[in-house]
Ligand binder design. Structure first.
Ligand SMILES: [Zn+2]
Length: 329
């Protein structure tokens, strides 16, 4: 029997080149960005076969999330251990300097459009930074039909068919699978999503990839097939305030794939839960997680996985801090 006890786990970010990316993640994450090209995504917790997050602290340093999932399923996942063989959420920060492609991810209603071994993908964003001209599109205007959408792709007027949001820092945007969406013009978001990499591109604004010198491929037929034309619950979310003191706790997302709260304040509060894993994300300010008498520092952009075995911990802010806490239903 391996008696290793799990502890709060921090992971090395995996930076990804994207033609639409920028360099803003340099000021958000403590690990320096590679090179000087555009970095669009930092995968901060990923149990993808091709991109495995590596533990950055403690005795398990250097091991991957996949190895820990395999070696310590109960300690890590608690009561969820029988349901998941890989960690079910993929967490990222996105720096969308330019517009991403207009895209859609399939829902479980379209198993034929989900490659073997992958899942549907519902995702959600919490806006970290936005500029005056920043843009989020989430969902189709209600008058849009498959016919009018196809027309707009041909004449380049698709933006007129999309629900437009002018994002500001702190906004919460829900993108259930089947929702047409994109974002860009200098917006930075934290993204929580199902652990899936299935994306169908509808439109790409004529972007030429500076590496391949080519237009990126579109998958219009598959994209049109997965769009939920009746989807009504995408877009800006009104946070549900659960407590106002001693810290403010708001529930931003509550869906079948994830729950996400924002906690803000200066007083000590608890994080984690008994017999299930939680994730804590530093958004503003700093503080520390106390576990077994040991402090684990949480700064802006830091992501900590609290294994089920760790349970409930105290979080001590140093001054005013804003954290996100994520659970798996
Ligand atoms: Zn997406």
């Amino acid at each position: 029997m391996d008696k290793t006890r799990l502890y709060p786990l921090r992971f090395e970010p995996i930076y990804q080149y994207r033609l639409w990316g920028g360099r803003r993640l340099a000021s958000l994450l403590s690990v320096p960005l590679p090179g000087d090209g555009p970095i669009g995504e930092a995968w901060v917790l990923s149990d993808r076969t091709d991109h495995q997050s590596q533990i950055a602290n403690g005795p398990l340093k250097g091991q991957t999330i996949g190895q820990v999932m395999k070696q310590f399923p109960e300690s890590l996942m608690g009561k969820l251990s029988s349901r998941f063989t890989r960690f079910p959420l993929l967490l990222k920060f996105l720096d969308a300097h330019e517009m991403l492609s207009v895209q859609v991810h399939p829902s479980d209603a379209h198993p034929d459009l989900i490659p073997a071994g992958d899942t549907a993908k519902t995702e959600a964003w919490v806006v970290v930074e936005a500029e005056k001209g920043s843009q989020i599109y989430a969902g189709l205007k209600s008058s849009t039909t498959p016919g009018s959408l196809s027309e707009s792709l041909k004449d380049g007027t698709i933006a007129e068919r999309l629900v437009s949001i002018s994002p500001k820092s702190g906004d919460a945007v829900f993108i259930p699978a089947g929702t047409v969406h994109t974002l860009g013009n200098d917006v930075v978001v934290f993204e929580v999503q199902q652990n899936s990499d299935v994306t169908y591109r509808l439109y790409d604004w004529g972007h030429i990839d500076s590496v391949t010198k080519e237009l990126r491929p579109l998958q219009v037929d598959q994209a049109l097939a997965c769009i939920d034309f009746g989807s009504g619950n995408s877009g800006l979310v009104t946070p549900r305030v659960e407590t106002t003191g001693p810290v403010e706790r708001e529930r931003l997302f509550d869906c079948a794939a994830f729950l996400l709260w924002r906690v803000r304040g200066q007083a000590q509060f608890t994080v984690g839960a008994i017999a299930e894993p939680h994730v804590l994300v530093g958004i503003e300010g700093s503080g520390r997680i106390m576990h077994d008498g040991t402090p684990y520092a949480v700064g802006k952009g830091d992501v900590w996985l609290l294994p089920a075995e760790v349970g409930v911990c105290a979080f001590e802010p140093s001054g005013e801090a804003t954290m996100l806490e994520i659970a798996i239903p």
